[in-house]
Design a protein around this ligand. Sequence first.
Ligand SMILES: [Zn+2]
Length: 267
Amino acid sequence: MLSTFDVRGRTVLALHAHPDDEAIFTGITLRRLADAGARVVLVVATAGELGESRVPLERGRTVAQQRITEVERSAAELGVARLVLLGQRDSGLPGWASGTHPRALAAADPDRLARRIARLVEAEAADTMIYDDEQGIYGHPDHRATHRIGATAAGMVRADSYRVTVDRERLRHHGPGRHLVQGAARSAGVGFGRTSDEITLTVTGEPDTVARKYAAVTAHASQIDAATLPGHDFASVYGTEWFRHDGPPGLLHLCNRPPRPEANHLP
Ligand SMILES: [Zn+2]
């Protein structure tokens, strides 16, 4: 599909906590950025090694190895130009002993990791960053850590920041447990998302973009059972992504412009 806005020469760095977050929370956004010509650099902080695999793994293969393969497939679906694995460890849910592991993301020095991210932003000449909002979308310790690291790095390099969240009012309208974040928040015993009036950018996609998001989400087969996704209703539950952003419209706003009427909406 022809992009509706040309952002060639622009680079965005998206930082996520675990393999699958990039697809679930920003799949449409990353695909739209790539389709519009932006270079998309995806940084995944952990291998999500505490997520049990729901499918049998090949002998000798670890969950981390499986999940890295899955995020590589997802990244390809979403048009990611470069995937960087930070190599921290999944911290698990609040209160788990895994949260104090020496390599746990939640226990890591956020300034040290922020400096790594800032160097990447500079090396890539990225002007825009995407990372979790202040609440870590739904309060998972790794998502909160991702916010701290992203916000600190963005401050160091003065990148324009989009903070990822979900619209809890909109998701509740679809009913309980329709979006994966609702189940994740229930497991963690926390709330999730923001009210609609706290959201500053809502990104949607055309059916072909939503289809790429579906392919990216289901690439994470060790974690996500495609049969539990809202099949024909996928677009209504997952076809929208939400951000908080300060200041004048930035790169994501440009890519979110509606298609030109002559493109494919003639009566
Ligand atoms: Zn996550």
